[in-house]
Design a binder for this molecule. Structure first.
Ligand code: PEP
Ligand code: MN
Length: 297
């Protein structure tokens, strides 16, 4: 935070007072604490959202929901509506859309776990809100302001993913739209930014760990981290998840699949149940070292 009056990519004191008064902290200790479906955000426990990139079938999502719940996940994730990079759909790349929502709802009931899932268009907000406990606004919609207004009017809890090209100032501006138009429970999620050096030909983003303390310095909103989308590479997901917990992340989103190499979308980044199990314990150990925990017991 810089005490100047020049608008730009960094947040000024004037921004805090006049552009993001709802997202800005009121005091140094100000931190939002709220519950969604019995899960507390902003408290000592760091909630974990886990599940596949895409809802592929009833069996896949029910099996994953039960497996991640049993291993301590707090929320099931999985997209029924997907922002895929190319328009072609077929047996390899698909979205189940409304059918996927019915499978998510079955998985939620059978596993007894709340659901976070993406909504991409205003016309589907009410259908998605019937199964979702948290509406996910994806990176690509972060600055779709009319859409954010509609999402806020639903009054549902929201997780706002950071666009991979957005500054913290842009991201908090988008968060302010949601708060201004009626969202009361809002989580931010860092998911990797575009950078010239990403360390592997296939990796597109760099996890901005630094944004966790930077955001927490100016906003009271919980800050989640998604190391799966940030790294695009399975072996890097555990170390990045651990570093996010160490940096003070308030929630973690992880892609977990029964057979990661067969995942319909982003097969390189999902982890299997055994890796997830070990990672939950290691995240819990790191969280305890910084005064928090991941596992409820
Ligand atoms: C996702 O979480 O499924 C997703 C599409 O993420 P992002 O919007 O961060 O790309
Ligand atoms: Mn994805």
């Amino acid at each position: 935070m810089i005490d100047n009056t020049f608008p730009g990519k960094d947040i000024t004191l004037d921004d805090l007072a006049t552009k993001i008064p709802l997202a800005a902290k009121k005091t140094a200790e100000h931190k939002s604490v709220f519950e969604v479906a019995g899960v507390k955000f902003g408290g000592d426990v760091v909630p974990v959202f886990a599940g596949p990139n895409t809802v592929e079938s009833e069996a896949q999502i029910v099996e994953t929901a039960i497996a991640v719940r049993r291993r301590g996940a707090h929320f099931l994730r999985g997209g029924a509506f997907k922002p895929l990079t190319f328009p072609y759909r077929g047996p390899k790349y698909f979205e189940l859309r409304e059918e996927g929502l019915t499978y998510l709802s079955k998985a939620k009931r059978e596993a007894g776990i709340p659901v976070i899932t993406e909504v991409m268009e205003a016309k589907y907000i009410s259908a998605v809100a019937e199964v979702a406990d948290i509406l996910q606004v994806g990176a690509r919609n972060m600055q779709n302001y009319p859409f954010l207004e509609e999402v806020a009017r639903s009054r549902k809890p929201v997780m706002l993913k950071r666009h991979y090209g957005a500054s913290l100032r842009d991201w908090l501006g988008a968060a302010e739209y949601l708060l201004y138009h009626g969202t009361e429970k809002l989580i931010l999620c860092e998911r990797g930014v575009v950078a010239p050096h990403t360390h592997r030909a296939a990796s597109r983003f760099l996890l901005d760990i630094q944004v966790v303390p930077a955001a927490q310095e100016v906003t009271h909103l919980p800050v989640a981290v998604d190391p799966s989308h940030a790294s695009f590479w399975r072996p890097w997901v555990p170390p990045l998840a651990l570093s996010a917990i160490a940096a003070g992340a308030d929630a973690i989103m992880l892609e977990v699949h029964p057979k990661p190499e067969e995942a319909a979308v982003d097969p390189l980044q999902a982890i299997d149940f055994a890796t997830f199990d070990a990672l939950m314990r290691r995240m819990d150990a790191v969280a305890r070292a910084v005064g928090r925990r991941v596992l409820d017991s």
